[in-house]
Design a protein around this ligand. Structure first.
Ligand code: ADP
Ligand code: ADP
Ligand code: MG
Length: 666
């Protein structure tokens, strides 16, 4: 076994690898940039080596700096995680030359699969079904239009060197094929330094389903079943699950056999993933192979009971796989939600800042359910603009899909994150979406179910009433405490008037209350009664209790005059007033929000990449105004309404803070 393992990565995946190394008794070495001096992966490791400034190109992507860290620490094995150098054959070769073991496949396999055109050809030769299309390079826009017409519209135009959803365009006509060819090629040249483009059929209503494979250095190869990754935003995965609600045993076996055949054809060892696109008729086509540990590997671990990182370590040390295909059993259902530092209410723009509060739900493994949270952050830590916006992966496991969804909902309700914008409410809304629950998934799910973006979840009337009852109970808890402080406790139950009005934002619920120790019985105007019981006390940020006979976890924050309640992707301001106070409040003039319509403010810290308009231009609603880059993503800021640009306040290349003015309207 290895003496010392260096993890050439950061964030949750570095921590995840260390967890297993520690269990196996292998000391760990973290590497870190200046921005990550105090990061969780640095704290978790047995030792840490600084490798350079914040930009990844000068630290996590700098092979020389990592080789120096290896020599300084005496590590004899390196796990690359995902992203960064994980699929870089030069890195694998440099380690080999150094006499250090790379915990990944042979460099030749990475090379063969790193290029989409070459890997598609190789897959076709190995008998794997590939997306129909043109398996060569395309010279110019005219050729693109001709080939697209031959394949038949719609088509997908792709960069051979592509990754992370970049360099990809759909085209429905020859004109779009020309335009898509040009923009894909520009994006590919800029992002990957390689502008080779190919075209394949666009599979409509597609699902993304991938097969996890595992091989040792003795020629044994198995697959660990599939992961369903169709819930994507901008071709990037957001929620994954295993197994897929769409596959039958025969399709699973056929996909598994093809994935293993492809791995065998490239002499694969270690963990890897073969990605397929699956159409409505369950025909499946090879997309690409990821020659590394994948972000969403935990769902496979939860249904197979196999620690994939442990397997990667053992096979790299020369051990044979301890199981054969027949030993692999899929048990129950696992779902993963990627928690991103991005604000769903503001078009998912990346968000940075200090995590003033970070309390994930408790991790637990019980016979009928499990919760796992892979994280790379901690309360008080800083989310910077330099790296990926993914901060945690929350997984839930249960015997059935329905139970796993319910487990995930509860875990999301209990997950507390403050200080930055994050997608918890959006994830909760997906878990509650009837279409998700029915398992009718496709890669267009988010675009189709959240047309016009995310504006918060709408709860059913019955759930709203439970929230209203809960708000009344919280108010009673506060009244009780006030009574206790003023020493009138004994008379308390008698002193509180029974009639109140609960406001959830603008919705009004007149209620009649009866107090019992630790509980409030709430009766609505139509006679429905809901009892709320809990040991909540004023100031607690999480309500855990029983509402109408059901357990419920709700986030509670004090706001002026009431509380903010967050539950299942919905966000309310709840005010509980006496009928008299409610009548008086109705007479108060509404306070107008400050007028920010005359300026475009920078929504997150970042770098101005482009300004698309000039002073004097008339712009239409939805028209792109500027592009700001943060956290590896280019974000297009659009006009919210018609207007005329008065002044441009910044320029490409400028570094902006939140709410810095980009331009002003007349
Ligand atoms: P997975 O298939 O494992 O879910 P993702 O597409 O989510 O992979 O990417 C995994 C990680 O690698 C992410 O951190 C992503 O930002 C990064 N990544 C993927 N492709 C690239 C690329 N071509 N260049 C830089 N980073 C990439
Ligand atoms: P990347 O290297 O960026 O991960 P992939 O080729 O794996 O690129 O594609 C990413 C996503 O784009 C897929 O998960 C799928 O949603 C979509 N996609 C790719 N190719 C096609 C296609 N031919 N038809 C429909 N959707 C596609
Ligand atoms: Mg992919």
């Amino acid at each position: 076994m290895f003496r010392k393992l260096l993890i050439a990565n950061r964030g949750e995946i570095a921590c995840r690898v260390m967890r297993t190394a520690r269990r196996l008794g292998i000391p760990t070495v973290a590497v870190h940039s200046e921005a990550d001096r105090n990061a969780l992966h640095v704290r978790m490791a047995d030792e840490a080596v600084a490798i350079g400034p914040a930009p990844a190109a000068q630290s996590y992507l700098a092979i020389d700096r990592i080789l120096e860290a290896i020599r300084a620490s005496g590590a004899d094995a390196v796990h690359p995680g995902y992203g960064f150098l994980s699929e870089n054959p030069r890195f694998a070769r440099a380690l080999e030359a150094e006499g250090v073991t790379f915990l990944g496949p042979p460099a030749a396999a990475i090379e063969a699969m790193g290029d989409k055109i070459a890997s598609k050809r190789l897959a076709a030769r190995a008998g794997v079904s590939t997306v129909p299309g043109w398996m060569g390079e395309i010279a110019d826009a005219d050729e693109a239009a001709r080939i697209a017409a031959e394949i038949g519209f719609p088509v997908m135009i792709k960069a051979s060197a592509g990754g992370g959803g970049k360099g990809m365009r759909i085209a429905w006509s020859e004109a779009e094929a020309r335009e898509g060819f040009r923009s894909s090629r520009n994006e590919a040249a800029a992002s990957f330094g390689d502008d080779r483009i190919f075209i394949e059929k666009f599979i409509t209503q597609p699902r993304h389903i991938e097969i996890q494979i595992l091989g040792d250095r003795h020629g044994n190869l198995v697959h660990l079943g599939e992961r369903e990754c169709s819930i994507q935003r901008r071709n990037q995965k957001v929620i994954e699950e295993a197994p897929s609600p769409f596959l039958d045993a025969a399709t699973r076996a056929a996909m598994g056999a093809q994935a293993v055949a492809l791995a065998r054809a490239v002499g694969y060892a270690s963990a890897g993933t073969v990605e397929f696109i699956v159409d409505a008729a369950r025909a499946f086509y090879f997309l690409e192979m990821n020659t590394r540990l994948q972000v969403e590997h935990p769902v496979t671990e939860l249904v197979t009971g196999i620690d994939i990182v442990e397997a990667m370590i053992r096979v790299a040390a020369g051990e044979p796989l301890p199981f054969s295909q027949d030993d692999i059993r899929l048990q129950g259902w696992a779902i993963e939600s990627r928690l991103y530092a991005e604000d769903p209410y503001r078009s998912f723009l990346p968000s940075t800042g200090r995590l003033t509060r970070y309390r994930p739900p408790a991790e637990e493994v019980l016979p009928g359910r499990a919760v796992r949270n892979d994280t790379g952050v901690f309360e008080g830590g800083e989310i910077s603009i330099h790296y990926d916006p993914m901060i945690a992966k929350l997984c839930a496991w249960a015997p059935t899909r329905g139970a796993a969804i319910e487990e995930m909902r509860r875990a999301l309700d209990a997950f507390e994150v403050e200080g930055i914008g994050h997608n918890l409410p959006f994830l909760a809304a997906v878990m509650d979406s009837p279409r998700f629950v029915e398992g009718r998934l496709s890669t267009a799910f988010i675009a189709e179910e959240f047309t016009g973006g995310f504006t918060g979840a709408t709860l059913a009337e019955a759930v709203l009433r439970r929230i209203a009852a809960l708000a009344a109970h919280l108010r009673m808890c506060s009244e009780e405490r006030a009574a206790r402080i003023s020493g009138t406790m004994a008379n308390h139950a008698r002193r509180v008037a029974p009639d109140w009005i609960v406001f959830l934002d603008r919705q009004r619920f007149p209620v009649h209350l009866a107090l019992r120790p630790g509980a409030t019985a709430v009766r609505f105007e139509d006679g429905e009664a809901i009892e709320v019981a809990s040991d909540w006390s004023p100031g607690a940020r999480l309500f855990r209790g029983n509402v109408g006979g059901e357990p419920m976890t709700v986030k509670v924050d004090a706001v002026r005059g009431g509380v903010r309640l967050r539950y299942r992707g919905a966000d309310f301001r709840a005010l509980v007033r006496t009928p008299r106070a409610a009548a008086l409040a109705a007479l108060m003039p509404a306070k107008a929000a400050p007028d920010t319509s005359k300026v475009l403010l920078c929504p997150m810290p970042g770098l101005v990449v482009a300004i698309h308009v000039a002073a004097g231009d008339e712009v239409q609603e939805g028209q792109p105004l500027a592009v700001v880059e943060a956290m590896k993503m280019e974000n297009t800021l659009r006009a919210e309404r018609r207007g005329v640009v008065a002044r441009i306040a910044t320029a490409p290349g400028a570094s902006l803070r939140v709410d810095d003015v980009i331009l002003e309207f007349e």
